[in-house]
Design a protein around this ligand. Sequence first.
Ligand code: AMP
Ligand code: MG
Length: 625
Amino acid sequence: MNKNESISGLILAGGRGSRMGHVDKGLQPFGGGSMVAQVLARLAPQVASVAINANQNLDTYAGFGVPVWPDDLAGFAGPLAGLETGMRRCQTPYLLTAPCDSPFLPPDLAARLLAALQEQDADLAFAATQEPGMRVQPHPVFCLVKAELLPILSAYLAEGGRRMDGWYKDLKAVEVLFDDGDAFRNINTLDELRSLDPQRPARLADVTSCLSAYDPDALPVRDAQRIIRDFVQPVGAVEQVALRPALGRVLARDIVSPIDVPAHDNSAMDGYALRGADLPLEGSVRLAVIGTVYAGRPSEAVPGPGECVRIMTGGVMPAGCDSVVPQEFVAEESEGAIVLTAGTIRAGDNRRFAGEDLKAGSAALAAGKIIRPADLGLIASLGIAEVPVVRRLRVAFFSTGDELRSIGQALDAGSVYDSNRYTIYGMLQRLGCDIIDMGIVRDDPAALEAALRSACENADAIITSGGVSVGAADYTRQIMARLGDVTFWKIGMRPGRPLAFGRIASNGRSAFLFGLPGNPVAVMVSFYFFARDALLRMMGADAPLPLLRARSQGAIRKKPGRTEYQRGILSHGEDGAPQVRITGSQGSGILRSMSEANCMVVLHDEQGNVAAGDMVDVLIFDGLI
Ligand code: AMP
Ligand code: MG
């Protein structure tokens, strides 16, 4: 491929990304990188240099190592504003534009447009394609233009013109027909993005076939967890939010410190800054106090030998000083002098070095972190006002069952109030999801299909409860299976054996599906041990369940070969070490025991009976997200 030295490339990434839900299009993940990185990789070999036209996330774009040019014109005036900026700044006779959402652009784009322009002595050339039997489809954003035409474009923009193909009506433009229509495909929705991504997710069967012995009717918990983990995909989309609302969100990119923290060598104590060489080896020494340094108010004073400076905590260390003696260690204090005795401090004590907390350019926080109060403080200490976070996950959920009644309805014979929807609401809320509560859906095929489709079209993940166990009306399973790639498991666990999992699709949108069992306790157990991790993974977060070891106060009966989750009460023994006892009744429908418990005891597959005093794994509810 020939590099055309007379052409500069410009990637148009200045849009608002409205059709993608206001995400920054160019930065969306694609092919293991981002869309803009793909376009850059294809464009760079064809031209002398490339720049990116962007109006948000400028630092992130700058990270691609090419110049970033925001629109000179205010107000997101469209691709022409980017073109104008590019023509103004480019150093070559020609400028070639390509949109940031065209990761398949052809390798001979620059060469063919330039050849046509020169052959026909035109002012600009743009790409077009034609499907058999269809009209020619122009692609005016793939445009090669003479940079000297800037005044004509500027005049058009000044009149309010915005059409990419409107400004050159009086110029000579040539259309260059390319064969490969797909090469000009641009990606407008997140779903298109996912479905076109060469690294798109595998089918469930591809994932399950990696297991040595896969039996959907007797699946160990850890295999189910692994399949789910391998199958779900991070949503990827990133948004920039102000610092405070970033609390609880997932950090989308590493936060790199722009400064040294602290910025200067400073004092860790209220006291006197001095030169280590003045510290007495024996006896005592008298030092003259020549000034005072307050935090935030450095002093010009530079102590010489035999001199010191009064300093407050956080005060900048005066030149030449390397140690601080706390004021309470000073033997004698008078107006203009202090007396120090040997051995009170060592040289270098109580001095904080610049960059001791964080060096400029080092990673302060890693992508994937769920932002906690301490992180807010850390980010603030770097002077950073906005944080890139993963967009909120949208999760739709509903309960299934003819016997379910909503709060406010009368309980007729055989009916129960729908509690799962509230438990699920609470658990999703804690995870920081955007939730879509779809209510109760009857055991009716049409109603179920409509609910699943609507959930799928509006959410990233769907959580249902009920209807997936054997004996339940079969069509729940049939419909789930018909709408996509769904598998039904009997998991080696108690409570919560049945689980439906997969991905369903409707009208070009897809969502991951978790069909939880109906029993209220089973719902919580399946959510915490299967759905939670998957949802966090979709959010790009890594937050494994915080299991803790505790001593079992009593004996627990346990059959090897399945995982058991028992509700427990964790406390501190007389020796201060954590201990746990099982709450009374462990029936899977008994929510009261769940509410009374403060933890769940996790008895793993291979484990047999537990004797009093044995150590067991415990999941503490408090602080669990
Ligand atoms: P299923 O899996 O649909 O057979 O439901 C198992 C058990 O859980 C039945 O006793 C249901 O009545 C009960 N159940 C299902 N969904 C809910 C719900 N949303 N709230 C309370 N109980 C439920
Ligand atoms: Mg049911």
